[in-house]
Design a protein around this ligand. Sequence first.
Ligand SMILES: *[C@@H]1O[C@H](CO)[C@@H](O)[C@H](O)[C@H]1NC(C)=O
Ligand SMILES: *[C@@H]1O[C@H](CO)[C@@H](O)[C@H](O)[C@H]1NC(C)=O
Ligand SMILES: *[C@@H]1O[C@H](CO)[C@@H](O)[C@H](O)[C@H]1NC(C)=O
Ligand SMILES: *[C@@H]1O[C@H](CO)[C@@H](O)[C@H](O)[C@H]1NC(C)=O
Ligand SMILES: *[C@@H]1O[C@H](CO)[C@@H](O)[C@H](O)[C@H]1NC(C)=O
Ligand SMILES: *[C@@H]1O[C@H](CO)[C@@H](O)[C@H](O)[C@H]1NC(C)=O
Length: 208
Amino acid sequence: MSSSKPKPPILFFLLLLFLLASLAASQEFTYKGFAGGGGNPNLTLNGIAEVWPDGILRLTNETSRLLGHAFYPAPLRLLDRNGTAVSFSTEFVVTVVPEFAQLGGHGYAFVIAPDPRLPGSLPSQYLGLFSAAADGNATNHVFAIEFNTVQDFEFGDINDNHVGVDLNSLVSNKSASAEPVNLKAGDIVTWIDYDGAARLLNVSILLL
Ligand SMILES: *[C@@H]1O[C@H](CO)[C@@H](O)[C@H](O)[C@H]1NC(C)=O
Ligand SMILES: *[C@@H]1O[C@H](CO)[C@@H](O)[C@H](O)[C@H]1NC(C)=O
Ligand SMILES: *[C@@H]1O[C@H](CO)[C@@H](O)[C@H](O)[C@H]1NC(C)=O
Ligand SMILES: *[C@@H]1O[C@H](CO)[C@@H](O)[C@H](O)[C@H]1NC(C)=O
Ligand SMILES: *[C@@H]1O[C@H](CO)[C@@H](O)[C@H](O)[C@H]1NC(C)=O
Ligand SMILES: *[C@@H]1O[C@H](CO)[C@@H](O)[C@H](O)[C@H]1NC(C)=O
């Protein structure tokens, strides 16, 4: 039995064009491009993520096994004083630009995490979220919505074009096929709404 399967190279980069978010407790912000004042992006960047002068945030490029992170620069309160998770909403646009139309890299994710460096995180199938050792550890305190363009059997991925809810692990707690949307086909608008009182998460995507 063969124990290693060759992975397709990572052959795309991502452009995050626009982001707006709000938390029920009245913390609200909008990015109309990420260039920021005086050319300083108002984001905490890590890995090879960079902001172009026109305000586009590029997370990765065509070279294999690279990752990029971009986080809102200030901590956000996500628990009410009485311990209830706050409601939040966000809307953003991401474009995957594959070098070859049918051959994508591994994907991207919306992340809420205690540390913007996501220490120890690895590229490729780890989506810049976890390491092999940290995957599944409850002390990660990482919530992510993954937009996954490669089927990784080690994490039980349902196909090579899906959205998953990740709680401390790349083995998604819930996942759904992105069909009929192809995550690699162009500008994808994403809405993520969480109702803290109802504990209801709603993720919607649309190909522009
Ligand atoms: C950066 O974001 C923080 C948090 O929202 C805000 O307080 C600050 O004014 C922003 N700075 C710039 C230069 O936009
Ligand atoms: C991608 O970025 C890395 C790090 O900046 C760089 O070394 C590499 O040459 C870039 N690849 C391409 C294809 O531009
Ligand atoms: C927690 O506090 C919020 C206001 O901050 C309130 O709306 C909510 O009902 C409270 N939840 C519980 C379980 O007490
Ligand atoms: C989980 O992470 C904590 C803190 O980083 C570490 O102490 C612990 O050993 C990890 N557990 C496992 C099973 O790797
Ligand atoms: C999903 O998360 C919930 C809450 O932590 C847990 O009870 C459930 O077992 C998880 N399901 C899977 C398939 O991981
Ligand atoms: C989920 O969000 C979409 C888009 O905003 C909306 O059309 C739909 O009604 C929502 N579903 C639920 C169950 O809230």
